[in-house]
Write a protein that binds this ligand. Sequence first.
Ligand code: NDP
Length: 345
Amino acid sequence: MSTGNQQWRLADRDRAGYPVAADFVWGETPAPQPVDGQMLTRTIYLSLDPYQWVRRRSGVEQPGEVCHGRTVAQVLESRIEGYAPGDYIFNTNGWQSHGLTGKDISVFNYMFPRKLDPELAPLSTALGIHGMLGLTAYAGLIVQCDPRPGETVVVSAASGGVGQVVGQLARIVGARVIGIAGAQEKCRYVVDELGFDACVSHLSDNLAEDIAKACPDGCDVYFENVGGKTFAALLPSLNKRARISLCGVISQYGNEDGRDARTVWQETGAKIFERQEVTVHDLFVGNYVADYQDIFLQEMAAHIQDGAVRYKEHFWAGLEQAPEAFAAMLTGDNFGKSIVTVSDP
Ligand code: NDP
């Protein structure tokens, strides 16, 4: 067994389309040593998220850098007061087996570390429902769109990390919830297991018709994860003064035309937004951490414990699998929140 620091770095190549194996370079270095104000942790779970590809394609992440990623980790050695060996934390080790957290680590990587209590919620959920993805769903649905009992809420990528939480929060509010997902297995899951009222497949040849049938009273709130043809098919169902949370447009993350995906999305909807007086809220979860994270985590822990909210995670075993798992997640070959198990919890 290796005692060094295994890692994936970004390769120096043109990143057109979706990721392939050649975009990543495997390596191993000695484990880093913490100085005062830092701690060394071992990665347990690595989160795979669509935005990581957006960062890489847009050049935020440079060739040779360790690939960015949020993680659940355990403290091995601490030179920070308040953290001790054995503590579990949510941090940003990236695609590597060990990492430093604390002073002089880049701001983005040190943005949201927090201690985890495995008694409160399973550790892996800090990367999904009991963490940033859950908060994303809460911020976009509850804070931005404020759905009312009896209204119709539609969410795309419905069985994914964000979508599954959106639909369940909407159900708890008393809204009618319609999911949009790919495979029938995913559609069945959100209806039978998560309590959505209906789910339509974006693989259908009659998507706009299927959405309209599932929403006989139209759509009051749309939580957008996907964009592209799914969004175009949803547009005719938007009610007067509908609200939209523009969370993501994953169907466009492999686009090769170089156009900004959110601008294309706005242009596609512009006429209908104006005619129907639709309010569009742009969503960036980072803007909601300071005001809403604590209250959200408290509420969600209670929902998880009493079974009011359920969740699905898709685990991949071993850091070696990260590139393959990442590509699979971006193209719909995941089922639930995508997580790589890097070491034994
Ligand atoms: P998911 O777990 O939902 O995985 C991605 C899913 O997207 C796939 O499983 C697939 O589901 C669906 N998908 C992929 N390609 C297409 C396509 N061409 N057409 C339709 N559906 C497609 O990912 P996350 O929950 O992590 O992320 C969901 C969205 O939320 C993303 O757009 C992401 O960028 C965004 N996000 C935004 C944040 C913010 O602050 N604004 C924060 C976090 C996430 P299926 O098989 O059902 O098609």
